[in-house]
Design a protein. Structure first.
Length: 145
């Protein structure tokens, strides 16, 4: 009897773990984007916040990304995106952020130690250094399904 109860508990725990994994996968569904410029493609995972959701609502987008300061690719939206988690801090290479003062979508590809007000949007999964070598580009951003 005790063995059967133990096995039932073990099975229920395993099912709960499977549900947790499925929930995590479901949470990320619809938040992966593809950034394409010429024959190059990068992928990014977006955060779950109002800014990222507003960006997703605008997709697909083709944007002229300008290489600025030897550290970032930037596009300035005409209208502001929501930004309710802005903080003054340093950044990590590969981060995608929103800079509210100029409505700027920013991909940070190199580090210079600067700190500034930013709203996190997401992160380039790999190859962000290549973006710096490419420089200014016309990029198409789509939801990766």
């Amino acid at each position: 009897m005790k063995r059967r109860n133990f096995l039932q508990l073990l099975a229920a725990s395993a099912a709960g773990a499977a549900l947790t994994m499925s929930s995590a996968e479901a949470k990320n569904a619809g938040r992966r984007i593809r950034i394409t410029a010429g024959n190059r493609t990068w992928y990014a995972t977006l955060d779950d916040n109002a800014t990222a959701r507003a960006l997703i609502a605008k997709l697909p987008l083709t944007l002229p990304l300008e290489d600025l300061y030897g550290r970032e690719l930037c596009y300035r939206f005409r209208d502001a995106l929501p930004a309710n988690e802005v903080s003054y801090r340093g950044y990590e290479v590969g981060e995608i952020v929103y800079w509210p003062p100029r409505h700027s979508f920013v991909i940070l590809y190199a580090q210079n130690g600067e700190h500034f007000d930013m709203q996190p949007i997401g992160r380039i999964e790999k190859g962000v250094e290549e973006m710096g070598r490419v420089g200014s580009m016309k990029a198409t951003i789509t939801l990766d399904k």
